[in-house]
Design a protein around this ligand. Structure first.
Ligand SMILES: Cc1cc2nc3c(=O)[nH]c(=O)nc-3n(C[C@H](O)[C@H](O)[C@H](O)COP(=O)(O)O)c2cc1C
Length: 209
C-alpha cells in the first residue's frame, strides 16, 4: 500500500495512527468488513467524549450491497459516486438536533454537531489503527437519504464515513487515481494558535508549518 501522503511535514511527531492517516480515494471493491470489525468501530465512537454524556449520535451501517448502501449510492454527488461505492462499508452519521416528541434531547444542536464530529474522529482513528482506511464525505443529498431511511425529523443526517482497504489504482480511471496524488495542505499553526488575546498569535511556535 502506498503511504506516500504521510507523514506530512510537521506530522512526524504525532502518535500512530494520526501520523499515517489520510483520505484515500481508491478502495478495494472486493474487501468486506467482518461483523467484529464493524462492532469495534462502533465501540470507538461510543466511547468518545460527549457534552453532558448525551451521546446525540447514530450511525447507519451501510455495507456494500445492503439496501442502505444502495440508497446512499443513489444520492451521492457526481464526484463522490466515483469512489464511495467501492468502499467496504459506509457509516452514515446522524446527529440529534432537537428534542424528541417526549421532550428528550438537545434544545439547540451545536454540541450535537461537536460531539458527532468527535465520535467520527474516534471511529476514523480506530479504523486506521486496525489497518483500515477511511475517507469522510458530505457530498450527497442528506435530506433525501434521511427520508428514504426513515430518519425522524429531530435528527439530521450529516455525513458518510467510508471504510475499507486501499485498492489498486489501475482498477479506477486515471482521473480517480490522480486524486490520491494531490498535495495535502494545512493552514500553518500561526493561523490557528492564539495567545493572550484573539489578536495575538501564540508566541511559543518554533515552526513555520
Ligand atoms: C465533514 C467532511 C466532509 C467531507 N466531504 C468530502 C466529500 O464530499 N468528498 C470528498 O472527496 N472528500 C470529502 N472530505 C474529505 C476532505 O476533503 C479531506 O479530509 C481533506 O481534504 C483533508 O485531506 P486528508 O483527510 O487526506 O488529510 C470531507 C471531510 C469531512 C471531515
Amino acid at each position: 500500500m502506498s503511504e506516500k501522503h504521510a507523514p506530512m511535514p510537521g506530522a512526524e511527531s504525532l502518535a500512530e495512527p494520526l501520523r499515517d492517516r489520510w483520505s484515500i480515494s481508491v478502495y478495494d471493491d472486493q474487501h468486506t468488513l467482518s461483523g467484529e470489525q464493524v462492532e469495534t468501530l462502533l465501540h470507538a465512537a461510543q466511547w468518545s467524549p460527549s457534552a453532558g454524556n448525551r451521546q446525540p449520535w447514530a450511525f447507519f451501517v451501510a455495507q456494500r450491497g445492503t439496501p442502505a448502501h444502495k440508497a446512499l449510492v443513489e444520492y451521492l454527488s457526481r464526484g463522490n459516486s466515483r469512489w464511495v461505492p467501492r468502499a467496504s462499508a459506509v457509516f452514515i452519521t446522524a446527529a440529534q438536533i432537537a428534542p424528541d416528541p417526549e421532550g428528550e434531547g438537545p434544545t439547540e444542536p451545536a454540541y450535537s454537531f461537536y460531539d458527532l464530529g468527535q465520535a467520527a474522529a474516534h471511529l476514523t482513528i480506530q479504523a486506521h489503527s486496525m489497518g483500515l482506511r477511511v475517507h469522510q464525505f458530505n457530498g450527497f443529498d442528506t435530506g433525501a437519504l434521511a427520508e428514504e431511511l426513515g430518519v425522524p425529523a429531530w435528527w439530521r443526517v450529516m455525513s458518510g464515513i467510508a471504510v475499507g482497504v486501499h485498492g489498486d489504482p489501475a482498477e479506477v480511471s486515471e482521473r480517480d487515481a490522480e486524486r490520491e496524488q494531490r498535495v495535502r495542505r494545512r493552514k500553518p499553526l500561526r493561523d490557528i494558535a492564539r495567545g493572550d488575546t484573539w489578536a495575538e498569535p501564540w508566541d511559543g511556535l518554533s515552526t513555520e508549518l
